[in-house]
Design a protein around this ligand. Sequence first.
Ligand code: GL4
Length: 817
Amino acid sequence: MTEITAPKSPVTVAEFTEGIREQLKYGQGVTPEQATPADVYVASSLVVRHYLQDAWFKTQQDMVNGNTKAVGYFSAEFLIGKQLRNALLNAGMLDQFDAAVEGLGFDPQDVVDSEYEPALGNGGLGRLAACYVDSLASLGVPAFGYGIQYRYGIFRQEFDDQGRQVERPEYWLANEEPWGHVDYNRSQKVSFGGEVVEEDGKKVWKPAWSVRAVPVDYMVPGYKSGRVDTLRLWSARSYDEFDLLTFNKSEYLDAVKPKVEAENISKILYPEDSTPQGKRLRLEQQYFFTAASIQDVIRVFYPGQSDPDLTTLPDKITFQLNDTHPVIGIPELMRVLIDEYGYDWNTAWDITTKTFNYTCHTLLPEALEVWPADLIGELLPRHLEIINEINDHFLEELKGKTRDKDKIERMRIVTNEENPKVRMAYLATAGGSHVNGVAELHSQLLKDVTLRDFSDLYPDKFSNVTNGVTPRRFIRLANPRLSALITEGLGTDKWLSDLDLLQGLEPLAKDDEFVKKFAAVKQANKEDFAAYAKREFGFDLDPNTMFNSMIKRLHEYKRQSLKILALIAKYADIKSGKVSVDDVLPRTVIFGAKSAPGYYLAKMTIQLINNVARVVNNDPDIKGKLHVYYPWNYNVRLAQHLIPATELDEQISQAGKEASGTGNMKFALNGALTVGTLDGANVEIRERVGAENFFLFGMTVDEVDALYAQGYHPAVYYERDPRLKAAIDMVADGTFSNGDRNTYAPLVADWLTKDWFMTLADFTAYCDIQSDIEALYRDPLEWNRKALLNVARTGYFSSDRAIQDYLDNIWHTGPLA
Ligand code: GL4
């Protein structure tokens, strides 16, 4: 693509227009008359990129030349969402873009809509990583996000005519993708397999095969910081385009096999959130991106040095491991230091432990990755040796700390059994300086339960950093009306980089006129969403009903089934005449959720929700009082449309299961009230907004534990609450399956006999709180006053604050001078 000269700062509408024209002409090869919105999208994106180029160079130069320690954020997922508007906002060019594009005869919305969403993550964990790189750049901290450029992101979800989830491949790179800069000249070699031999008393790894890791760089422009960080996503390529020998035998397919296999590594994002499968390809992915990133860091920070002093590495950069996925980076750095640079074990261990830190994002035991040692040995024989040695050293160290032999056994990184396993969370805890959870309750439970032995012996390693979300994307871009009102209320737009300023809205909650303006914003957003839902999904939402959303991955612990059972109970009450339809508060319930493709009960729940929607929405007895919609393929874009329009948000996981949640923060910041359990960050949200501005229900962590201990029998609850009985009976009797009693039988059986996440036990409390919700909703002024207080009091949940906590307590670094 022909390069053009970057427009000079500050860019004017004329310069932006000229930039687009040039790019259309030399890049796209079309005239403005021939151009489609997609052409203008590509051209505009390149104009922004060109404009940011100098700041990007300067940030990198200052990082390498200066003495501010950088941050390397290692994450298997970066759910970045669409780039153009975000880049425009952060670069201060939104208005110029709108004017330039309109001047060329295009609708800016059409142009922005042409962007294909990079869906390189499953859910909260991946989106958090994207918010964090945004905040790092906005705070002016030199940083790299390191991950994988998957060719297929999270699958595209469709529903079949029975309402079942169907997964379609998400080939987001099918069209021109102007943001990722492919940098072939800075690729790295990553090797696998083979064996370890001794040569001159030294261990030498002789790998069997290698792939080429090609960096694809995404600029991460800071909001008004003048800094541009880098998101470097690795793409796997083959070294052997063709194996000529095989090819000569004219076995064409065999000849291209190595290429296909190598490229498989970065081909697809595993679609499991919280329940990873221990698959060989997944371990290959994890090693692929961490190994490439570590080599890249050495290249960047010790340019051209054949004998770098790597004892200075922890002063140059700190590595944050986003969950266990990149933990193989710890033995990899050890290997590089010892085998490639000749350091002794202790020096290497000192460098490694000073460089790495680990964030745990879960409480579900099945989400803590454990790899069979055999598999690691097959794929990374040298690493297995190093892991075993780390384990041995660690056990020795523990003997000096405790006499409790059982405890030492429990803490083994490599288990002591016939087929040993490597516990990646333990490796990360032993191999880094800090371990943190993602909300206060979660961090406490990590210390008390999940990593208890470690926190007993290494109490200083443990801390909390409550998650946060970027106000740029999730307030300013998603909700321009609310943003304008906040700016009007505060008399400044500085809140976009200092979200604590939202506290200044507090007095305005007493001002009825302001509260009415706030209500009008919500109403307009609801109307926008209704129009969007009509356009995209063909739904007919009534913006004069309460908009009640539940958007997150479909998982039993999150308890979408609690929501749908309560809704069915309401429906049953109307049908049986217990409740007069005229007394029902009109409500539109909106679900958005993908299920892991192999997750049987979750997929059945999706089918149930779709069929409840079909029955309820079409039942004339309901007189339009209850509506259920399930827009398919929930993604960042849908979130940006739905969150600003939502009035009631559901955060109803079983207490002690949701590590933090980040949707809860986005909703509160956009003026939704939350109905929720005392779980994850809900606890802190409620503390901040005030108990009177949050609908709390359900068991606490202690109550949940007590009930498990005592023996949990869900059928008891079914017999006890007639509303619950009616709802479950309705699912069982075929009301939502055209009379077929088999369709949901496994789900019903699970509810009545297992119900691991205690949906039934919390059902009564959940239904009871609905009358408080509905009573308040019937008083719009009071509802909106509370919603406004939610906005005013949740500035703490900015990812800028979260990153500041990491900087102060874990990374010990800050902005470039
Ligand atoms: C998650 C947690 O489930 C979620 O509560 C948390 O907000 C998020 C970011 O910290 O991390 N862990 C996994 S695994 N997926 C998530 O979304």
